[in-house]
Every structure is written in structure tokens, then in C-alpha cells.
Ligand binder design. Sequence first.
Ligand code: NI
Length: 267
Amino acid sequence: MNITQFYSSLWKNYVEITPQAGKIHEIFSTRGETVINDHVAFRTFSDSPISLDNLEPALRELGYSAFDSYIFKSKNLIAKSYNHSDKDAPKIFLSELQRHHLSDSSQKILSRLVSDIPANCLNGCSIFFDDLLWSPISIEDYDTLLSESEYAAWTATMGLRANHFTVSVNHLKQFNEVSDINQLLKDCGFAINTSGGEVKGTPEIYLEQSSTLADKITVEFADGTERVIPSCFYEFAKRYPMSDGELFQGFVADNADRIFESTNAAA
Ligand code: NI
């Protein structure tokens, strides 16, 4: 699979449960903009066939190499970013829930999910947009996870898929500021994640970001109960040149920490 096919399948899978992303993409297109992706992000579970380390070869196959790593202590997460040899290709931000840091009850629920994952699931890059790798959890288990880790509850229901795509503000012609995009989206009726302010980051740390609040979809749980829960969101990133004149290529943990909250169920 080449990188164009990969992103085409990934986008299709993402927009299916994130209709706002399709609509926002259209808003940019009708204003004559060509949307270039800054990065896409995935969420996964540690100590599993789809752990960060186990997924890395699939990313390498696509032409990616590890660029930097990050720790989010209060959310029990680690993450790595990956850059492509083609500078125009999106970066990848892959985070992983440290299951062993959670309570016994949450660990038990997640162990069951992980034990469902077929050992031979890592058959190329389609793992990033394949169907859920485990049977649905019960609503009680979902609530147990949610009370401790929003990330755990989200990943348990949504699985390994694009958690968000990110528009590169640097590549837009008419919108130079992240705040301009936030205003446009609010005018069009979309909700912006306000955790830590509508714009996360500053030019001084070389990265400004904002995001919508996740779309909501109806999910059927193991016992047939249905509930409307957060799916995925859309992000916007502007990178600034560092002292050497090169655009900053990494991520900022403080920004990302707030961006994670775009899928909070209470939001
Ligand atoms: Ni992001």
C-alpha cells in the first residue's frame, strides 16, 4: 500500500464517524483552499499486539521514522511522533495508554479486550483503519473505564483508527491565524475545544493548535444498550520557524495534553 492509498482509506474511515470533518474540509474547499494535513493521530493500548512498538514497523513500511517521544503522566500515556521522508506527507502522532498504571478493575476490562486481538492482526498498514479488533464492551465496563480514563473508554469503543486529522494552517492561503479558523468554525456552528483556551500554544513554543469537540455517534454496547458517545474531532496546527529558520517539526506536550480532551464525554 502506498502512502496515498493509506491516507485515502484512513480519511474515508474517519469521515464515516466524523461527518464534521467532511463538512469543514468542504468549507475550506469552497473558499479555494487546498487542505494539506499537518498530522494524524492514533490511540492504542500498551502490552498488546497493537502496542506502540508493535505498530512501528507498519509506519516504517510507509516511509516514516521516529522523531520524538512524549510523556503525559496525569493521563497515563506515552506517545511518539513520526516524520516522513517526503516533507509534504503528514506527520503521525501515536499515543499509548499505559494499562498497568490503571486500577485493577480497569486493567481487567482492558485485558479482556487485548486478549481478543488476533495475534496475526499486524498484516500491513490497514490495521489503522480495520474494524474493531475486539468484541464490544458492556456499558458498565465503559462507565468504569470512563470514570478513570476518558482515553481508555474512547479507545475501547472506537479502536485503532484516526483519532483526528489536522489541517496545516501554514498551507492555507486566506487563513493565517489559528484564531481566524476558530472564528470561521464557530460562525459555521461548530464547537471548539476550550480546554486551556481556544488556541493552545504560542509562537514562542513554535506551535499553535486548536480543535473541534468530537462528533457524537450512537454506539451499541455488548448487551444491546445504545448510547451517544464522542467519536473523532478535527484539528488545526500552525508551525513557526525556530532560530535556525526551519519550521518546528515536533509536538508540544502541554498542547497535546489539552487536545486529548477533545473527546471528553462530558464535553
Ligand atoms: Ni493532533
